[in-house]
Design a protein around this ligand. Structure first.
Ligand SMILES: *Cc1c(COP(=O)(O)O)cnc(C)c1O
Ligand code: SF4
Length: 414
C-alpha cells in the first residue's frame, strides 16, 4: 500500500485523522474531483464517470481508495470502487430486484425466505458502494437508516414468528449506524427468546476497517453469539488495517466468515482465489460463500460463466486446506435462494456401487453394502460374454476392484 500522503488532497492529513472512521466517512469520495487527483482522468473518462453518477451513486472511503495502484488500469480495488461507462449497458436479463427480496417480504425490511432465519435490513447506505452490488440503488432513492415505526414492525414480526432462530442484520451496511443506534436494534433482537444467534453482514473490515473500534466490539460482546460475515474479494484488500479489524472482532469472540463475489477481471482466476483464501485464514476469517455474480442491472461486465466458478472450486478442493474452500452458490433469480454448485465427484451409481473420483482424478468405488442382492449373479446373462460390459464407467460396476488412475499422477494408489 502506498502512503496516503502521496495523494495531494490528503497530504496534510494526520495519522490520527486517517485512523478515525468518522473522518474517513466525512471525507469519502462522491464526485470526480479527488478521483482526478489520483488517476488523472482524461476529459472523456471524466465525462463517462459523471454520466454514471447520474444513475448510480459513488462512495469510496479514502482508505479504500488508497489501496488502488493508479498505474494499474485493471486494479482489482479500482474496479470494485470506481464507476465505468460499462455500468450503463443494460443487458438482456438484467433485473432491478434480481433476488425478488421484496416479494418474500412480510414487512418492509424483512426477507423471510428460509424456514428458520430472516434477513433484516436496517439501513440503505454503505461507506463504499461496490460497483458490483446486488442491491444497486439509483441516485435519489432512499439513502437512510431504517428506524422508528419500521423497526418496531420488524421486531414485532420476529417476535411473532417463533420459527425464526437466526436473525441476519444487513443492509446496506449495518455498521454505518452508530454503535449506540446499532445496539438499540441488536439488544431488541437479543431479547426475543426464540432467537438463538445474531449475524451481521458488513463490508467495513474491508473498506473502512477503522470502524471496528473498541466501543463496537465491547458492545457486540454483550449479545453473543454474534457472528459477522464480511466481503473480501481480492488479496490486495488484506492489509495491516483489515487484519487488525478482524483481530479485534475475533478477540471479542465474534467468529468471522467471508462471502466473496466471483467477478470477471477482479478475481476470476484459480490462483488469485487460492491466494485470497489462504490470506483470509491467516487473519482468522473462514471462507464461507463464493457467489456467482447475479443479474442486477448494469453489472453484466462483471459476470463470469458458472463454469468459471466450478473451475475455481475444482482447483481448491483437495488441493488445499478444506477450510479454505468456500461453498460456491448461485442465488437463483425469482427468489429461489442460494443453490450450491460443485464439480461432479459422483461419477455414477448402481444399486451396490457408487463410483467416485477424487481431486486427483482417481476413480474409486464405494461398496454400498446394502443387504439383499437383486438379480446379480443369478441370471445367465451375467456369464454370457455377449452381454459383458467391457468399457466405460459401467464396466466398473461389474469389476469394482478396478481403479482408474491418470498416468501423470505422482502419487500412485496402493
Ligand atoms: C443468504 C440469505 C440468508 C442466510 O443464508 P445462510 O445460507 O443461512 O447463510 C437468509 N435469508 C436470505 C433472504 C438470504 O439471502
Ligand atoms: S457493502 Fe454490500 S450492500 Fe454495500 S454496496 Fe457493497 S455489496 Fe452492496
Amino acid at each position: 500500500m502506498r502512503d496516503y500522503r502521496d495523494i495531494p488532497s490528503w497530504k496534510d492529513v494526520t495519522k490520527e485523522q486517517w485512523l478515525d472512521w468518522k473522518w474517513q466517512l466525512r471525507n469519502s469520495i462522491h464526485d470526480t474531483k479527488i478521483l482526478n487527483d489520483v488517476f488523472k482522468l482524461d476529459s472523456e473518462e471524466l465525462r463517462e464517470v459523471k454520466a454514471v453518477l447520474q444513475e448510480f451513486p459513488m462512495s469510496v472511503t479514502p482508505y479504500y481508495l488508497s489501496l488502488i495502484d493508479p498505474e494499474n488500469e485493471n486494479d482489482p480495488v479500482k474496479q470494485q470502487a470506481i464507476p465505468t461507462i460499462k455500468e450503463m449497458n443494460v443487458s438482456k436479463g438484467d433485473l432491478l430486484d434480481p433476488l425478488d427480496e421484496d416479494v418474500d417480504s412480510p414487512v418492509e425490511g424483512i426477507t423471510h425466505r428460509y424456514p428458520d432465519r430472516v434477513l433484516m435490513l436496517v439501513t440503505h447506505v454503505c461507506s463504499m458502494y461496490c460497483r458490483h452490488c446486488t442491491r444497486r440503488r439509483k441516485v435519489g432513492e432512499v439513502d437512510r437508516h431504517i428506524g422508528g415505526d419500521l423497526l418496531d414492525k420488524q421486531i414485532e414480526y420476529i417476535k411473532n414468528t417463533p420459527s425464526v432462530r437466526d436473525v441476519l442484520i444487513s443492509g446496506g451496511d449495518p455498521l454505518m449506524l452508530s454503535t449506540a443506534q446499532l445496539e438499540k436494534i441488536i439488544s431488541r433482537v437479543y431479547e426475543i427468546p426464540h432467537v438463538e444467534i445474531i449475524r451481521l453482514g458488513s463490508r467495513m473490515p474491508v473498506v473502512l476497517p477503522m470502524r471496528i473500534d473498541d466501543e463496537l466490539v465491547n458492545m457486540l460482546k454483550k449479545y453473543h453469539p454474534v457472528y459477522i460475515n464480511t466481503h473480501f474479494n481480492h488479496p490486495n484488500e488484506i492489509t495491516k488495517y483489515s487484519a487488525a479489524a478482524c483481530d479485534k472482532l475475533n478477540n471479542a469472540g465474534v467468529p468471522l466468515g467471508n462471502q466473496t463475489v466471483l467477478l470477471r477481471g477482479v478475481n476470476d482466476c484459480p490462483h488469485v482465489m487460492k491466494k485470497l483464501m489462504h490470506k483470509l485464514l491467516q487473519i482468522r476469517v473462514k471462507p464461507y460463500y463464493m457467489y456467482q455474480c447475479d443479474a442486477s442491472r448494469g453489472i453484466s461486465h462483471f459476470r463470469t460463466s458458472i463454469g468459471k466458478g466450478i473451475e475455481i472450486i475444482e482447483s481448491l478442493r483437495g488441493h488445499t486446506t478444506g477450510m479454505a474452500v468456500p461453498v460456491y452458490v448461485v442465488d437463483a433469480p425469482g427468489g429461489g435462494g442460494k443453490i450450491p454448485i460443485s464439480p461432479q465427484y459422483l461419477i455414477s451409481r448402481s444399486q451396490d456401487h457408487t463410483i467416485l473420483r477424487n481431486f486427483e482424478g482417481v476413480i474409486t468405488v464405494y461398496h454400498d453394502n446394502c443387504k439383499g442382492h437383486s438379480v446379480c449373479g443369478k441370471d445367465e446373462a451375467c456369464s454370457d460374454p455377449k452381454y459383458k460390459i467391457k468399457k466405460g464407467v459401467a464396466h466398473i460396476f461389474a469389476n469394482p476392484e478396478e481403479i482408474i488412475e491418470p498416468s501423470h499422477k505422482p502419487r500412485k494408489l496402493h
